[in-house]
Design a protein around this ligand. Sequence first.
Ligand SMILES: [Ca+2]
Ligand SMILES: [Ca+2]
Ligand SMILES: [Ca+2]
Length: 320
Amino acid sequence: MRERKIVIRMLILAFLLGLAVVGTGKASPALTFGCDPDVTIGIAPGDPFTIYLTAFDVTDLFLAEYSLSFDPAIISTTVADIDTGDVAPYLEFLMIESVVGGEIHIVAGRPIGVKEGLSGNVQTVKITFTVLAEGNSGLYLDDVRLKDSGGTDMTIEKIIDGFFGSSEGHYDFACDATGGLQNAFAPGDTVYVAGGGFMIKAVFLDIHAVPNVEWVDGQSIGSPVLSVTVETGWKGKAPYSLPITALGVPPGSEYDIVVDLNQDGLYDAANDGVDDVLVRPGFTVLTVPEFPFGMSVIMLLAPIIPLAYLWRLRRKVTKQ
Ligand SMILES: [Ca+2]
Ligand SMILES: [Ca+2]
Ligand SMILES: [Ca+2]
């Protein structure tokens, strides 16, 4: 009788261990959504450029909805310049599209009557912009919702904003180790910086991460949370490019990145670079874990439950 009880308990234990493995191992596949390409610099004012808003490595994508914002003084587009993708797989149906000032709202999906979603690298929309003036503009994604054919919201792990600009004008932007544009970082991630278009030859320059502000010419760079000095190695004629540079690991908050070309501690609009010069942060470090709090507690507890059970069982068996 006692042996049978132990066997049953062992079976329960095996089941709980299985649950623990499922509980800790269950993470939705890494889904990335954003601009393809993400960075294009050197477009002559008056010339167009095309980007695709793409869901990468997605499974069963049925509907995509999101907003885009940009600097309407630098780049522009119209409803007529927004179309479905053109390289399969792509969502074939644009339901809502609007362009108001520097804001675009998009809802794209599968055609009416179709029940299955699309998988792979799925283009949700193709947008052609025109560069209006010299300078650069971010293209920011907000309120991104991707749904599968069952109407369930997908978990998006990474959003890729865009950065586009003319052949003139200096710039810098937060990026990953490969130079891919990145505006949101997880806690502990190293923030990198890339840039270019600098017109003054500097032997050394300083790069600072500072709390986000809106920048005006001549203002103090203030108190950086991270700073690096770079020996540029710049030779020949301007414009000069900044190599991809590791800035470090800042604590969770919103920051701008200033490239102080003459190392005077002041922001000089004509020569220094800022990501982002406007009220938006150049980049954000998330302060919360990726999982909702409740979920993380369950995941922390999941391996403990069978261990606690095993401990109790051992005590009982020892007592016998
Ligand atoms: Ca300066
Ligand atoms: Ca800013
Ligand atoms: Ca940025």
